[in-house]
Design a binder for this molecule. Structure first.
Ligand SMILES: [Cu+2]
Length: 68
């Protein structure tokens, strides 16, 4: 397993946290997601043979948030 921390812009409430968590968790190869509103970050544990961090970025952006 690998871990990637994404810096996310635009999250303002628990609903945003839930949205980001949901889109990341939906990706194949993602094992776990921990999103922090205070730190504006998402910590993703994933299988690097199944998914690449580029997919995280795209999923978060498509959900309407920025990845810094
Ligand atoms: Cu929100």
């Amino acid at each position: 397993m690998a871990e990637q921390v994404l810096n996310i812009g635009g999250m303002t409430c628990q609903g945003c946290v839930n949205s980001v968590t949901r889109v990341l968790q939906a990706l194949p190869g993602v094992e776990s997601v921990a999103v922090s509103l205070e730190k504006s970050e998402a910590r993703v544990r994933y299988d690097p043979s199944r998914v690449a961090p580029d997919a995280f970025r795209q999923a978060v952006q498509q959900a309407g948030f920025e990845v810094r």
